[in-house]
Structure formats: structure tokens, C-alpha cells
Design a protein around this ligand. Structure first.
Ligand code: AMP
Ligand code: GLY
Length: 416
């Protein structure tokens, strides 16, 4: 079978790695892919936002399954377009992808289907927004409605800062269209955890747990990033939460999809805040998380190709989704300066897999036969083992040996 992967990050490299293990997959293509993926398939230059190019490529090469990694092509309707042309796509339709594409849509979905979530208001007008501030205490969460590449959520500590943020989003338009509608949201306390699930529209199958580390500095300090590392299982999530999450979140979520006639096939990533054995939903993402996926997929024992096709064909209840009991750590090496400005094109050395670790490429490029940095998050170091301690030791040992100027990583992945 021939698969096409859309995207260029560590998540897509992890997906390619697992699909490459499938007996059924004999050709892997990626648009645009990355140098890591090119060791197991063909990377084709092109934009993930160019629906027509992707469709033409998939038709021409008779692709059996297209896996859509990032949210932007999903929100652009790529899955709908492929299916309309009798191609099999892994990823939800444009309508269903609005669960990530619009915070207001997603909050409305949660409230209507009795999925626990923070109290909120939706505003488009600055004066109304200022008035609505009276309904909240501080800290307060202000979210741009649309996709903002991780920059759309601001937590403010007082009314003055709230006014500045609302002005920037609603009047100055600093996030362009993404901030022309805003969600004001009650601040929730507790610990965060994300749950990824396979969905085929009828059946939902939770994956094993993982723990992301969003802030750039040790001790969860500094600005948010796309994610600086993950471990699986999540050491802080008690097993007793599984049933609570199923009953209060997953079951109403599935019923909501059916009631709203939403064709959801792919992965749903549910961001949760947990306190006093209760789970509240912070957000939905309509795709695999990055770098959660890297850790999670290392524990998948079943054939990822079979699972993805089953999601697309609504037969998820017929396939086995089996996981190992191993521990996994994924450590992100980032460019100096990330998540702010950083340089690209810096040579990377000593980056090959070894007996203890596997390297996924997140933001790299080839330049005259040399591997160079090409993004904020550059490489992911993965290790599996029988304890958190063991996998931490393996990834941190490897992190010291990989070399590029400005290399940065957190030291407390899995500990906090
Ligand atoms: P989101 O993209 O909606 O998940 O928001 C990004 C991050 O902002 C989350 O991972 C949380 O750390 C934080 N956040 C979002 N909503 C809330 C909330 N209602 N209360 C506390 N923190 C939040
Ligand atoms: N790691 C968070 C995300 O993929 O959105």
C-alpha cells in the first residue's frame, strides 16, 4: 500500500516510522516531509495548505491512505476534498475540524453536550468585551477564536492587562482574523493532561496517556512553546481517572458528534484540567499532538496502518489497538531563542540513532549534504525502557552528544 503523510514535524516523522513498520505499507510519501522521513520514503516539496497540489499528487500516485498531520489543512477541508475524489483520508472533515478551528464553536459544542468545561463568554465587539469582564475574576483566560499557531491564548492577572489584550486582539488585529472574535474564560486550577483518542464517528478508542511540558524553561517557567518534551505514561494521572474521563467527557463527546451530524474520523486530542477527581475540557485539537504522538506511538504494538484505515472506514471496533507497558521519553532539542526569534541553517552533528535512542526530525533541512536547523523545535530524542528513570537517563545522555550551536533543552521532562 502507498501512504502519503502531510506535514514536516516530529509528529509526522513518528507517524512515518510506525507506518514503515506495517507489513502492508510498501511506499511512503510525504508533503513536504523532512530529512528524517526521507530515510524511509520520498519527500515531495509543496505546501500543506495547497489542497489542489496534494489532491493531484494523491490521484497521480494512486495513494491508498493520506494521513493529515497539522490542523491547518484539516480546517481547510483537505479530508473532504480527498474523499470527494474517492481517496481515503485519515483526519476529520472541515466541519468537524472547526472543533479546533474556532474556540467559540468548540465551547458551544461542549456546553450543548454537557461536557464539563470552564464558564465562558464569546465577544466580537470591544465595548461588549469590556463589559463582560465584570463577569470574571483574575486570573482570566482570553482566547482568540481562530487558529493562531499557539499564540492565541493569553492569561491575564488584572483588568488593565485584560483591556490591553482585548484591544490588541479586537481593535489592533494583532492576530489578524484569528482574534476578531474572542472567548473570555474562567481560569481553571488543577493539573493539565492531554488524552489522544482514535475516532471513527461511532467508536472512540483512547490511546495511552502522556505528559507534555509546554513552557520553555525548567520548573514550568517562561513562555509557552509547542511542547518541549513528553513522557508516556503520564506519571501524574491516576488510573482511577480513566472511568471518570470516559463517562464525563468521551461518552458525551461521541454523543455530541452523532447529535450534530459531525463526521469525525481521525484523532481527537482532548486537553484536560483535572482537580478533585473531576476533568474539565480546556480544548479540542483535531489531530495528533506534537510531541505527545512521538511518545505514544512508540508504545503502539498494533499496526498503525490498519487502525488509520479502520478510522476512515468506520470499522474501528473491528481492529485491535494494543499498547506495550513500556515507558517512553521524548526530549525536544530546540534552537537558542525559541519560542522567540532564532537562527536557522546551523549545522547539526552526531544526530544518528543509536542502540538506546531513536531520533525524530522536527525542524531540520539538508544543505549541501549537511543537516542543518530549520525550525524552533529541531530534533526529538526518543527512548523506551522499563522505568521513567531509565528512559530519562537515555535521552539526556544522548542530548549531550548531539551538537549544534544554540542547542537548548529542558532538564526536567517527566519529573514535573
Ligand atoms: P488551549 O489552546 O485552549 O489549550 O490553551 C493553551 C493553554 O492555556 C492550556 O494548555 C492551558 O495551559 C492554558 N489554559 C487554557 N484555558 C485555560 C483555563 N480555562 N484555565 C487555565 N488555564 C487555561
Ligand atoms: N503539544 C501540544 C499540541 O500539539 O498542540
Amino acid at each position: 500500500m502507498k501512504v502519503l503523510i502531510i506535514g514536516s514535524g516530529g509528529r509526522e516523522h513518528a507517524i512515518a516510522y510506525k507506518l514503515n513498520q506495517s507489513q502492508k505499507v510498501n511506499e511512503i510519501y510525504a508533503i513536504p516531509g523532512n530529512p528524517g522521513i526521507s530515510s524511509m520514503g520520498t519527500c515531495v516539496p509543496g505546501s500543506v495548505e495547497d489542497n489542489q497540489f496534494i489532491l493531484d499528487f494523491a490521484l497521480k500516485h494512486k495513494i491508498d491512505l493520506t494521513v493529515i498531520g497539522p490542523e491547518v489543512p484539516l480546517c481547510n477541508g483537505l479530508a473532504d476534498l480527498l474523499e470527494a475524489n474517492n481517496l481515503v483520508a485519515f483526519g476529520p472533515t472541515q466541519h468537524a475540524a472547526t472543533l479546533e478551528g474556532s474556540k467559540a464553536f468548540s465551547k458551544d459544542f461542549m456546553i450543548r453536550h454537557h461536557i464539563p468545561t470552564a464558564k465562558y463568554d464569546e465577544v466580537t465587539d470591544y465595548d461588549h468585551a469590556i463589559k463582560a469582564l465584570d463577569n470574571y475574576s483574575y486570573p482570566l483566560v482570553i482566547k482568540a477564536d481562530g487558529l493562531a499557531a499557539g499564540k492565541g491564548v493569553v492569561i491575564v492577572e488584572n483588568k488593565e492587562d485584560a483591556i490591553v489584550t482585548l484591544k490588541e486582539m479586537l481593535i489592533d488585529g494583532i492576530l489578524d482574523g484569528a482574534g476578531s472574535k474572542v472567548v473570555l474564560e474562567e481560569f481553571l486550577t488543577g493539573f493539565e493532561c492531554s488524552l489522544l483518542c482514535f475516532v471513527d464517528g461511532k467508536t472512540i478508542v483512547p490511546m495511552v496517556s502522556s505528559k507534555d511540558h509546554k513552557q520553555i524553561f525548567d520548573g514550568n517557567m517562561g513562555p509557552n512553546t509547542g511542547g518541549m518534551g513528553t513522557v508516556s505514561p503520564n506519571p501524574f494521572l491516576p488510573d482511577s481517572m480513566d472511568e471518570v474521563i470516559k463517562e464525563t467527557v468521551l461518552d458525551p463527546f461521541m454523543q455530541g458528534l452523532v447529535d450534530d451530524n459531525m463526521d469525525y474520523r481521525g484523532v481527537i486530542f482532548i486537553g484536560l484540567m483535572i482537580e478533585n477527581n473531576e476533568a474539565k475540557v480546556l480544548e479540542f485539537n483535531v489531530r495528533f499532538g506534537d510531541p505527545e504522538t512521538q511518545s505514544i506511538l512508540m508504545r503502539l504494538e498494533s499496526d498503525l496502518y490498519d487502525i488509520m484505515v479502520a478510522c476512515a472506514n468506520k470499522t474501528l471496533d473491528e481492529v485491535e489497538v494494543k499498547w506495550s507497558n513500556e515507558h517512553v521519553a521524548c526530549l525536544v532539542l530546540s534552537s537558542g531563542g525559541y519560542p522567540g526569534d532564532y537562527q536557522k541553517g546551523i549545522e547539526i552533528t552526531n544526530y544518528q540513532d543509536d542502540q538506546d535512542t531513536i531520533i525524530f526530525h522536527a525542524g531540520t533541512n539538508m544543505d549541501n549534504g549537511k543537516l542543518v536547523t530549520n525550525g524552533g523545535r529541531v530534533l526529538n530524542i526518543l527512548a523506551t525502557g522499563s522505568s521513567l528513570e531509565e528512559v530519562r537517563e537515555k535521552v539526556y545522555k544522548k542530548a549531550e552528544t548531539i551538537d549544534f550551536v544554540g542547542k537548548y533543552y529542558r532538564h526536567d521532562i517527566g519529573l514535573i
